[in-house]
Design a protein around this ligand. Structure first.
Ligand code: YK8
Length: 177
């Protein structure tokens, strides 16, 4: 996969996990900014292999006039059992967009690492990959990959910006108290 985000934040690892992977006010706010609507989340639940899983459903807003304005999406997240609360979290997410052209050909795989650096700092790393379910015709493949990478890049650039905002606000109020 390609590395899309690799940054140290003045936010503890468990706070970062809570912000990104629970039904948090940060998630709600970020979805609002990205015009992601109708979100529904299942709670984290252990599967047979001992990992935790949850599913997200939402509607994304798309700016590309060639594609259509909206698509429903499902995101299946796995929190691996190797994760250690407060220390180290590894989450895989598989994102399927159901209403875009050629949606049955591809999905997106995102891997999130949250690594504690100190009591109040963590590193966040995100890798992304576009995966194919069946081999697309060359032109279709380049169409899918071009549109996917630009969308993914945009999303994670904005996630980084919003996390930095949140970090600044959190550390501001910590300094005042
Ligand atoms: C998640 C990857 C591709 C998809 C989109 C597909 C166009 C296909 C065009 C045809 C619309 C929140 C994206 C960007 C939608 C948004 C997805 C998000 C950002 C003509 C071939 C949704 C992370 C994520 C992963 C993949 C993104 C899609 O948390 O271009």
């Amino acid at each position: 996969g390609r590395l899309y985000l690799n940054k140290v934040f003045h936010i503890s690892a468990n706070k970062m996990f809570e912000m990104l992977f629970t039904d948090s006010s940060f998630t709600r706010k970020f979805m609002g900014i990205r015009r992601i609507t109708n979100p529904s989340f299942t709670p984290w639940q252990k599967d047979d292999s001992g990992n935790d899983r949850r599913n997200l459903n939402y509607t994304i807003t798309i700016d590309n006039p060639l594609i259509g304005k909206f698509s429903t999406a499902t995101e299946k997240q796995t929190l691996y059992k190797e994760s250690r609360e407060g220390q180290y979290y590894l989450v895989d997410a598989e994102v399927n967009t159901h209403d875009v052209p050629y949606h049955d050909y591809f999905y997106t795989h995102n891997r999130y690492y949250i690594i504690s650096i100190s009591k109040r700092k963590c590193r966040l790393r995100v890798y992304c990959d576009v995966k194919y379910r069946k081999p697309p015709w060359g032109l279709v493949k380049s169409f899918i990959s071009k549109n996917s990478w630009s969308g993914i890049e945009d999303y994670f650039r904005q996630l980084e910006t919003e996390l930095m905002e949140e970090e600044a606000e959190m550390n501001q109020s910590a300094a005042e108290s």
